[in-house]
Design a protein. Structure first.
Length: 77
């Protein structure tokens, strides 16, 4: 698919077609990671989006609490 690069202030802007955004699971205002390789520009969803990470938690991949040993010091639980 072809698209047009537009001037946006001192930078350039790129419109991402809706079908691509839906496939990537990204929306307006979300953070993405940009990187370059020998073939061009790569755009991927940022893994640091807490909502995105939490949306991937399911009953099947949810684990139980992990024990860390006996209490030490003055921790209060």
């Amino acid at each position: 698919m072809k698209t047009i690069i537009h001037k946006w202030g001192n930078s350039l802007g790129l419109r991402i077609p809706k079908a691509f955004a839906v496939h990537l699971g990204i929306g307006s205002g979300e953070e993405v990671e940009l990187s370059m390789d020998k073939n061009g520009l790569r755009i991927v969803p940022s893994l640091e989006n807490l909502e995105r990470l939490l949306s991937q938690v399911t009953p099947r991949n949810l684990h139980q609490e992990t024990g860390t040993g006996k209490l030490r010091g003055r921790e209060v639980w």
